[in-house]
Design a protein around this ligand. Structure first.
Ligand code: ZN
Length: 188
């Protein structure tokens, strides 16, 4: 079913979406990094595409994220990177908690925060559309702060607003849409 691409947890496993850059040798001449960018769909509990997210390597340790909603419910939605690249509807609990490799508390306004995966709210209008951008201190490349860690990463949109301070999820409610950004230890 997966064309034999499953690999065990060996770190390099998560490079799948970035196959084109696989030959970039670390420790080379320190040349400018090749721009990396890709887009993933977010699906709701019924399996309908409701938004798209584009991730771009914007600097050595910075990833630019843009989320564009096309048919989400109107309102303000907490949006986070979650720790596992598994989006199983209808509840998406398989995505785990927030991406939090530094063991911080939740919230962009939490003095003990934030999680690496904490993001601004996504505001959606009556037409189902909305846009949010953020910079994440991480890397799409292997071996650096871990979006492409062994268990992958998901982007999750919640039903309600993130209050930006309440651990562990800002009281943002149920998970209503999910995108796999990196799959767990699978290449394809
Ligand atoms: Zn969080």
């Amino acid at each position: 079913m997966m064309k034999g691409m499953i690999r065990t947890a060996l770190g390099g496993a998560a490079v799948m979406v970035l196959a084109a850059c696989g030959s970039a040798a670390p420790g080379g001449g320190g040349g400018s990094p090749t721009p990396l960018t890709f887009t993933v769909p977010l699906y709701d509990a019924q399996g309908q595409e409701v938004a798209r997210a584009t991730l771009t390597q914007a600097g050595r340790d910075t990833v630019h994220l843009a989320v564009d909603a096309t048919r989400l419910p109107a309102g303000t939605h907490g949006t986070h990177l979650h720790e596992a690249g598994r989006c199983e509807p209808p509840q998406f609990t398989t995505a785990g908690g927030h991406l939090n490799p530094l063991a911080r508390k939740h919230g962009l306004r939490n003095p003990q925060g934030p999680h690496l995966g904490d993001l601004p709210n996504l505001v959606v209008g009556a037409n189902g559309q909305g846009h949010m951008e953020a910079r994440i201190l991480a890397s799409l490349r292997p071996g650096q702060p871990p979006i492409f860690d062994v268990d992958g990463t998901a982007l999750v949109v919640h039903a309600g607003a993130d209050d930006m301070v309440t651990d562990p999820s800002g009281n943002s409610g149920a998970r209503i849409a999910c995108a796999v950004i990196a799959t767990p230890a699978v290449g394809s």
